[in-house]
Design a protein around this ligand. Structure first.
Ligand code: SF4
Length: 387
């Protein structure tokens, strides 16, 4: 998303995957506070660093001194991490590569507010980067999240941005094709997709009545994966009924369930697990506010002992004859942490190339069939090896 989707549209592009499916969700969400997570704040900071780098490269030649002063200010932010510099470079390099691939300088806009209200009432959003060259419109979104890789293919958020950008620039440029890209450097994900403008416009037309319904708060509640980011997710009745529909299985006839039924139950149960976790968080917050959740109460969890002042405590121990070696453990960094500390290049030349690290096959885990990893091919008699 263009991070906190600076000053919100009701039909935010980043939530389009939800309101296009569950149209009444945006109005239902209005009853719940719009809290900002630490991850979102971290994303905002990474975007600010990226914006500064992009501005310096594409738009406003600035002296190294003025650039450093601005960057240092951002570095003072409590959520700043060194790796933000590397990841914003990956994003900048991607855009540099794109701009340099053209025969002449392209048009570039950074953090550009676009209006797609012609398709979704009052809809607007901020594009991280728009590049136009000839008939080609490039919309690039920088995502700092590292949860799941986000694909640009058929992505409604990206298509809404592209529609907004098209409306803004089609008077000036003969735009024929929209190129959509998501750069998500923390998980090495760069996803690209393109579509002819006629298709984009046809899609825009097709969503108009759906967006209108969403804006009016009309239509059916449709639960699904998209509920995860809905502010109504804990208390939504449609979602609750969807999960409690596990009772359907009660009526099953044979005394043992089949593998097919195991698959169906697991599919529901995994989503159910996430929902139960959200319900618990909600109930705890309510109990702490003094509200009653019948059958439940909040208690103090296991307490943890802490040093009041670790320096003082260790000094005191040493003065009382305790050997310093007893106070510390020397723990080697894990391979992943070392790779992060050394950087990929050095890690490869110092450890990978001389064969000093190896990759052990991971423990078999059960995942949904939609997972990208190939299934382990096991002959039935060899299955024992994995037990
Ligand atoms: S929780 Fe899911 S079903 Fe309920 S309103 Fe939100 S998106 Fe729709």
């Amino acid at each position: 998303m263009s991070h906190a989707e600076r000053d919100h549209a009701l039909l935010a592009a980043s939530a389009a995957h939800r309101w296009l499916v569950c149209t009444p969700s945006v109005r239902l969400e209005e009853q719940f506070p719009d809290t900002t997570s630490e991850y979102a704040l971290e994303g905002t900071l990474a975007h600010e660093i990226a914006e500064l780098k992009l501005r310096k490269y594409f738009l406003e030649p600035m002296s190294q001194r003025s650039f450093s002063a601005k960057l240092n200010k951002l570095k003072k932010h409590e959520l700043f991490q060194e790796e933000m510099l590397r990841h914003t470079d990956t994003y900048l390099d991607y855009l540099k590569g794109l701009a340099l691939s053209f025969s002449s300088a392209p048009y570039v806009a950074i953090e550009k507010k676009v209006d797609y209200s012609a398709y979704a009432p009052e809809g607007f959003g901020t594009c991280d980067c728009i590049i136009i060259h000839g008939g080609d419109l490039y919309i690039t979104d920088f995502k700092y999240g590292k949860g799941v890789p986000v694909s640009a293919e058929d992505n409604p958020q990206m298509k809404l941005y592209a529609l907004g950008a098209y409306l803004e620039y089609s008077f000036l440029y003969p735009i024929k094709t929209a190129y959509l890209a998501i750069v998500q450097p923390r998980i090495d994900n760069i996803s690209e997709w393109s579509l002819p403008i006629e298709e984009l416009l046809a899609w825009g037309e097709s969503i108009k009545p759906i967006a209108q319904k969403a804006f009016n708060g009309e239509g059916e509640f449709v639960p699904g994966d998209h509920c995860r980011f809905c502010r109504a997710k804990a208390l939504c009745r449609a979602r609750a009924e969807h999960y409690t529909a596990l009772e359907d299985f009660k009526g099953m006839k044979p005394p043992l369930i089949s593998n097919e039924e195991v698959g169906q139950i697991l599919e529901k149960a995994i989503a159910l697990e996430a929902w139960v976790k959200e319900l618990k968080e909600y109930a705890l917050a309510e109990a702490l506010k003094g509200e009653e959740i019948p059958g439940w109460k909040a208690v103090e969890g296991r307490s943890v002992r802490n040093y009041v002042d670790i320096d003082k405590a260790f000094e005191h121990l040493k003065q009382n004859g305790i050997d310093e070696a007893m106070l510390y453990e020397r723990v080697p960094l894990t391979v992943a942490k070392l790779e992060k500390a050394l950087g990929k290049k050095e890690f490869r030349s110092l450890l990978e190339e001389p064969g000093l690290v190896e990759k052990q096959p991971g423990k078999p885990t059960l995942v949904p069939a939609s997972d990208k990893r190939p299934a382990i091919q096991t002959a039935p008699e060899a299955a024992e090896d994995f037990r």
